[in-house]
Design a protein around this ligand. Structure first.
Ligand SMILES: [Zn+2]
Length: 188
């Protein structure tokens, strides 16, 4: 009806067998080189796996999306003979932990020259999160280990500036001497 909000429901069950220990070398016997359950499970384990699959196959699609049967009730009904352990339900929410600072951090290994190569025609470096699709546009001068401005566009106080502001001779002279030493040894 007009004005009604359309809502979707989704449901499903994933069945997984967990190895009891280190897995031996497996030769896949399934189609297209895929591993079949019989390649991994033998004896009782194989029977248990087949029974669990057989029970799961008895579920109607409509039962998977409720709301008449809750997921916990469905599992108990299906697998009551296997004495299932039901854990507390957890709310599912979509989320991503990406942010501009993490993108900056990832790009911090690049030189100003590398960053220039990444800069587009609009003069920005762009990055897209492959997980949530977030799109980032960052100023090239705020990126890489030779960045000259911070994320807000303010000039960065660089180490070299700090050194030149210090009294002439002492700190920079000491650094130079240290830098020259390997050359002198090679010459000698
Ligand atoms: Zn993201």
């Amino acid at each position: 009806m007009a004005g009604d909000t359309e809502r979707w429901r989704a449901g499903g069950v994933m069945l997984q067998t967990l190895p009891a220990g280190a897995m031996p070398e497996i030769s896949a016997s399934g189609e297209d080189g895929l591993i079949q359950s019989s390649d991994i499970l033998q004896g009782t384990e194989s029977e248990n796996w087949n029974r669990a699959n057989f029970l799961l196959d008895t579920v109607e699609d409509i039962e998977l999306i409720g709301p008449s049967v809750t997921p916990s009730d469905l599992l108990v009904r299906l697998f009551h003979e296997e004495e299932p352990r039901i854990y507390d339900t957890q709310k599912v929410a979509f989320g991503c932990s990406c942010n501009a600072d993490k993108v900056r951090n990832t790009l911090s290994i690049y030189s100003a020259k590398d960053i220039t190569h990444m800069t587009n025609a609009d003069g920005m470096v762009t990055a897209d999160c492959q997980f949530c699709g977030a799109h980032y546009e960052l100023h090239p001068q705020s990126l890489g280990f030779e960045a000259t401005i911070d994320a807000e566009g303010n000039p960065l106080a660089k180490d070299e500036d700090a050194a030149s502001a210090a009294p002439v001779g002492q700190p920079s002279g000491a650094q130079h001497a240290g830098g020259q030493q390997p050359d002198a040894q090679a010459a000698g």
